[in-house]
Design a protein around this ligand. Structure first.
Ligand SMILES: [Cu+2]
Length: 138
C-alpha cells in the first residue's frame, strides 16, 4: 500500500485508510454505450460519521453518486449529493440501491480488467481502490 498526501492506493480487493474500508469493489459493465455501475461496501470503523461526497475514475468520462428508487413500480435513478456512513457502521452500494455511475466508460473498462476509483469524503480525505470489471451478471 502506498500513501501520498492523503491519497491511499491499495491493490487488493479491500482498500483501508484511516479506519475506512472499501470492501468488495466491482464495476458492472454492460456495453460501451451505456454507463457502467460501481458497487462496494464502505465500512466506517471510526467514532464519527463519515460523508461520501463524490467519486472519480480515469476509466470514466465522469463518475457520479446515484441511488435507484422504486417509483410506482419503475426503477428510477437519482443523483445524490452525499451519503453518510454512520460511526462503526457500514453502507453498501448494491444493484437497486446506491451505486456509482460511470458515464462514458473508457477503452480501459473491459471485463476482466480493473479500474482505479477515487472516493472523496467531506473532510477532504480521498481513498483509491481498484474496481475489478465484471459483466452484467456480476
Ligand atoms: Cu445510476
Amino acid at each position: 500500500m502506498v500513501a501520498l498526501a492523503g491519497l491511499v492506493i491499495a491493490g487488493s480487493t479491500a482498500a483501508v485508510a484511516g479506519g475506512i474500508t472499501i470492501d468488495k469493489p466491482w464495476l458492472r459493465f454492460i456495453i460501451k454505450d451505456r454507463p457502467a455501475s460501481g458497487y462496494f461496501t464502505l465500512r466506517n470503523d471510526t467514532d464519527q460519521n463519515i460523508e461520501l461526497t463524490g467519486a472519480s475514475s480515469t476509466g470514466c468520462g465522469m463518475m457520479m453518486l446515484h441511488q435507484s428508487k422504486d417509483v410506482g413500480g419503475a426503477e428510477k435513478m437519482l443523483p445524490v449529493k452525499s451519503v453518510t456512513v454512520p460511526a462503526h457502521g457500514t453502507l453498501s452500494f448494491t444493484p437497486g440501491s446506491y451505486h456509482l455511475m460511470c458515464m462514458n466508460p473508457q477503452s480501459t473498462v473491459t471485463v476482466g480488467s480493473a479500474v482505479p476509483v477515487i472516493l472523496k469524503f467531506a473532510d477532504g480525505q480521498m481513498i483509491s481502490a481498484d474496481f475489478p470489471v465484471k459483466g452484467p451478471g456480476g
